[in-house]
Ligand binder design. Structure first.
Ligand code: THU
Length: 130
């Protein structure tokens, strides 16, 4: 199954009683394995989690930490873009050149990279003196 199909499929399971905005995310790791996540909202709104965070959590729970490719899908007018927090989460596990495919359910897409999504990311080299 393609990464896009994996993201499309998991999107159906999104728990979104408040926004009604379903998002699906899939990451492929350097091992070739695919991990998926959907957004999970909560009546206490800030407790909701994004699809990207779910996919990353599944990857780490499976013992992997190296993202090679990302795909995100939602039903929106232009390709869905990860929130700021998710950009930082992606940057934790994938290099600047890792491809990110941002899509809509009707087929629009933006091919970008983790580095392009989060220029000037805070990273571990900045803590080297500590
Ligand atoms: N959301 C994601 O899961 N990923 C994104 O890339 C954008 C936003 C979710 C969070 C919330 O459940 C809903 O979309 C509306 O913000």
């Amino acid at each position: 199954m393609s990464l896009l199909d994996a993201a499309r499929l998991v999107r159906e399971n999104a728990y979104v009683p408040y926004s009604r905005f379903k998002v699906g995310a899939a990451v492929r790791t350097t091992s070739g394995a695919v991990y998926v996540g959907c957004n999970v909202e909560n009546v206490a709104y800030p407790e909701g989690t994004c699809a990207e965070a779910g996919a990353i959590a599944a990857m780490v729970a499976a013992g992997e930490t190296a993202i090679a490719e990302v795909c995100v899908i939602a039903d929106c007018p232009t390709p869905v873009t990860p929130c700021g927090g998710c950009r930082q989460k992606l940057a934790e596990f994938g290099g600047k050149d890792v491809p990110v495919r941002l899509t809509t359910t009707d087929g629009a897409e933006w091919m970008t990279t983790i580095g392009e999504l989060l220029p000037g990311a805070f990273d571990r080299t900045q803590m080297e003196r500590s």
